[in-house]
Design a protein around this ligand. Structure first.
Ligand code: SF4
Length: 177
C-alpha cells in the first residue's frame, strides 16, 4: 500500500524515513512548503530533504513554491499570532490539503505527514487539519504518531550523522520572532 509522506524538512522526516525504509514500506516523500522564507532557506531545506531521500533510496517529489500566495492565503490577518496559534493551524491545513489532493490524483492509497513530530508543534492541530483534508479529498490519512519511539530524536541524530542542514526556525518570517 503506497503512502505519500508530506515532509517539512530533513530533521523532522529523517527518523520516519529511516524507519519506513527499514520496514520496506512503499512510500514517496512530498515536499510542499511555501511557508518557508527566504528562498535561500527554502533551497537549503529542499536540498537537505532531497539528499536524505537519495541516501535511503526513496522517491522525492517537490511541488511548486510560491511564498506570496502562502502569505495571502494563510498568514494575512494572522501575522501576530504566536507559534502554535491560528496561523499555524491554517498553515497545516494548507499544506495537508495539497498533499491529500496530490495523493488522490496520483494513485496513492494513503497519506501522512511529519508536521507534528516536533515537540514544538501541536500534534492535535495537525491531526485536526488532516481530518478535514482526508474527508475533502476522500483519501485516508495515516494517523501514526511518529513521535513514538523517539521519532524526533532519531531524526536529529540521522541528520547530524549525514551532515545535512539543520534549520533554526519553523519556516515563515513570523516564526523568526
Ligand atoms: S510558524 Fe511554522 S507552522 Fe506556523 S505558520 Fe509559520 S511556518 Fe507555518
Amino acid at each position: 500500500m503506497a503512502l505519500l509522506l508530506l515532509s517539512c524538512c530533513a530533521p523532522c522526516s529523517a527518523g520516519v524515513i529511516k524507519k519506513l525504509a527499514a520496514e520496506d514500506k512503499r512510500f514517496t516523500v512530498l515536499f510542499f512548503n511555501p511557508n518557508i522564507t527566504p528562498l535561500e532557506e527554502y533551497k537549503k531545506r529542499l536540498e537537505a530533504n532531497k539528499n536524505l531521500c537519495k541516501h535511503f533510496g526513496i522517491d522525492f517529489i517537490e511541488l511548486p513554491y510560491n511564498h506570496d500566495t502562502w502569505l495571502k492565503e494563510v498568514a494575512l490577518g494572522f501575522e501576530d499570532e504566536p507559534e502554535r496559534g491560528k496561523r499555524c493551524k491554517i498553515c497545516f491545513l494548507y499544506r495537508l490539503r495539497q498533499a491529500a489532493k496530490y495523493a488522490k490524483e496520483n494513485g496513492f492509497m494513503e497519506f501522512s505527514s511529519v508536521l507534528g513530530i516536533s515537540r514544538y508543534k501541536d500534534l492535535e492541530s495537525v491531526n485536526a487539519a488532516a481530518e478535514i483534508a482526508q474527508k475533502e479529498f476522500k483519501i485516508a490519512y495515516n494517523f501514526t504518531n511518529w513521535r513514538k519511539n523517539s521519532g524526533e530524536q532519531e531524526g536529529l541524530k540521522t541528520v547530524k550523522e549525514l551532515g545535512l542542514y539543520l534549520q533554526k526556525y519553523c519556516g515563515c518570517e513570523f516564526s523568526k520572532k
